[in-house]
Design a protein around this ligand. Structure first.
Ligand SMILES: C[S@@+](CC[C@H](N)C(=O)[O-])C[C@H]1O[C@@H](n2cnc3c(N)ncnc32)[C@H](O)[C@@H]1O
Length: 257
């Protein structure tokens, strides 16, 4: 399971993590009445941006993690926060916007869920989501190598890992039957990170959580030493000592017919 989220670790890179969400929000021409849902809302800082953009609408953040929701409730009491699983979620009343930033890769059944999300949207409303494309990224290649190494393969064999997004054509075909338009784009973000091994600090708040959750303290130390060494080699420092961290992200924006 994916519990083990720590909102404070996750929020260390809040600015960089929010940037794709803001880039997506800017593209949404929301001109029909209705509420907004943020699926996999995490600590709520992106949900707050939705509320700031459309202050007169009811905005609800949904997440499985009680730790994330507790942080969200404490930080933004004027937004509604609900525990729920987006892989089975349905709206009680159709929404003007169903939004999700950096969360849909945590479910295994994207091909079932993505078309179903369209059922939760009013005609003329929008589905907007962003998913990181992790497959070819250096940190993911290092993670795979560490997890599948002789030392860890057996212990970590059954740990659930997030799913790469489907390719643009697959999203397009899933969404066109219920949409008047489907807009898809992919952007490379080169985040400038500071510190000795900052890519590992980034992943501590996300992709490493399922692995660390099943290791005891001694194993965690050993696992992290293996992983840190690999990542350090994969991300050489720039001339000024900083690290350029490439994150490729796919964006999908569809208007409900
Ligand atoms: C990388 S965080 C993204 C948080 C937020 N959307 C943002 O942009 O900062 C992924 C979030 O998805 C949540 N999550 C994972 N699986 C989920 C599921 N099946 N249903 C709802 N939320 C889920 C996690 O608890 C976590 O808070």
């Amino acid at each position: 399971m994916k519990e083990g989220w720590d909102p404070d670790i996750y929020l260390r890179y809040e600015g960089y993590r929010a940037r794709p969400a803001l880039d997506l929000i800017e593209q949404i021409p929301l001109d029909i009445e209705g509420g907004i849902v943020d699926l996999g809302c995490g600590p709520g800082n992106v949900t707050k941006r939705l509320k700031d953009t459309w202050p007169d609408r009811a905005v609800t953040g949904i997440d499985t993690s009680e730790a994330m929701l507790a942080k969200a409730r404490e930080s933004y009491p004027d937004i509604t926060w609900e525990q729920g699983d987006m892989s089975t979620w349905n709206a009680e009343t159709p929404k003007a916007l169903v939004f999700s930033n950096a969360a849909l890769h945590w479910i295994t059944n994207q091909e079932e869920v993505v078309p179903r999300l369209m059922d939760a949207i009013k005609p003329g409303g929008w589905l907007a989501f962003q998913i990181p494309v992790t497959e070819e990224s250096g940190y993911q290649i290092c993670l795979s190598a560490t997890v599948h190494s002789e030392r860890w393969a057996e212990k970590l064999a059954n740990v659930w890992m997030y799913k790469n997004p489907m390719d643009p054509g697959a999203f397009y075909d899933l969404l066109t039957p219920a949409s008047t338009s489907v807009d898809i784009w992919v952007t490379d973000y080169h985040h400038v990170l500071e510190g000795k091994n900052p890519v590992v600090d980034w992943i501590m708040g996300t992709g490493l959580t399922p692995y660390l959750a099943v290791l005891d303290e001694a194993e965690k130390t050993e696992f992290m030493a293996d992983y840190r060494g690999q990542v350090l080699e994969a991300y050489p420092k720039q001339g000024n000592g900083k690290t350029l961290f490439l994150m490729k992200r796919i964006f999908v924006l569809a208007q409900k017919a």
